[in-house]
Design a protein around this ligand. Structure first.
Ligand code: FE
Ligand code: FE
Length: 285
């Protein structure tokens, strides 16, 4: 099975931008953007989703959790984790001009510029650190990609939903009904999500950050809910309240990929303080 159909994992996010173009762009640009078609790229993104939707089963998620939630791979400070993540650059890809640290800083700096609370800025800064999974040799489709609940019916609003036909859960009567193994409005905390960088980082951060920050980290790739509202029937009142923050965060994640590179050295002292305020010196990955 091919582990890495995407030349660069950021191609997944660029594809999301085509689905949800920046509403602040002028109409013409938005259309150009949507119509822009790089057929090689589209093919690799399709293959990426085919693998993701085929293999992200309820059992697969249980196995990954049992393994990765032991946190026995590496101990790192957040800074070391960001440096480690930054080794994930693919210089065979000429169109990627920002490294991981720069994506994180652009996101967090845009949040800071809008005067949001410091924990929100910190959340922007660390939200993708779970992508270190790639460096533990995990296949791309188990690190990035839109996330969705497993253990119940896959929404047909999930991108490339046709590929769920190959997922054994979709023919398993235990898992293929509207509620599957869940109760109506049981709350997302009781719902297993497909495995990737979101859930992994949430589990690392859950004792340290305020609740809205944890929702942002855990559900930022759950487009089928925060953009399509397809899973309200599993959510409780607290989830709905907290998803306002997930929605507030999403445009910063998607639309702040400015060509200007943030001055990492100049910004470092501010982020060092912020990290110290909330996080312990060493985190277990
Ligand atoms: Fe992400
Ligand atoms: Fe991101």
């Amino acid at each position: 099975m091919e582990k890495s159909p995407l030349k660069n994992i950021e191609h997944w996010e660029e594809d999301i931008l085509k689905r949800y173009p920046d509403p602040d762009l002028p109409k013409k640009e938005k259309e150009d953007f949507r119509n822009y078609e790089d057929s090689d790229r589209a093919e690799t993104v399709r293959e990426f989703y085919r693998l993701n939707h085929t293999y992200q089963t309820y059992n697969f998620v249980c196995e990954k959790e049992a393994d990765f939630l032991k946190f026995n791979r590496k101990e790192m400070s957040l800074w070391e984790a960001v440096d480690f993540l930054n080794t994930l650059v693919d210089d065979s890809d000429p169109d990627i001009d920002l490294d991981q640290l720069q994506h994180l800083l652009q996101t967090s700096e845009a949040i800071r510029a809008d005067g949001h609370p410091d924990w929100f800025v910190l959340t922007g800064f660390l939200h993708d650190v779970g992508k270190v999974l790639c460096l533990f040799d995990e296949p791309q489709w188990a690190v990035v990609g839109d996330t969705f609940p497993v253990g119940c019916k896959f929404s047909d609003k999930i991108v490339h939903a046709e590929f769920f036909n190959a997922n054994p859960d979709s023919t398993n009567p235990k898992y293929n009904t509207k509620y599957g193994i869940y109760e109506p409005n049981c709350g997302l905390d009781n719902v297993k999500m497909s495995w990737g960088h979101d859930e992994y980082l949430y589990q690392i951060m859950k004792d340290y950050l305020p609740e809205p920050a944890l929702y942002i980290i855990r559900y930022h790739s759950f487009y089928a809910q925060h953009r399509e509202n397809e899973y309200s029937h599993l959510m409780n009142d607290k989830d709905h309240e907290m998803f306002e923050w997930v929605k507030e965060f999403n445009p910063y994640d998607l639309y702040t990929k400015a060509p200007v590179k943030p001055d990492t050295e100049a910004l470092k002292p501010y982020y060092q303080e912020l990290v110290k305020k909330y996080l312990p010196e060493v985190l277990k990955f």
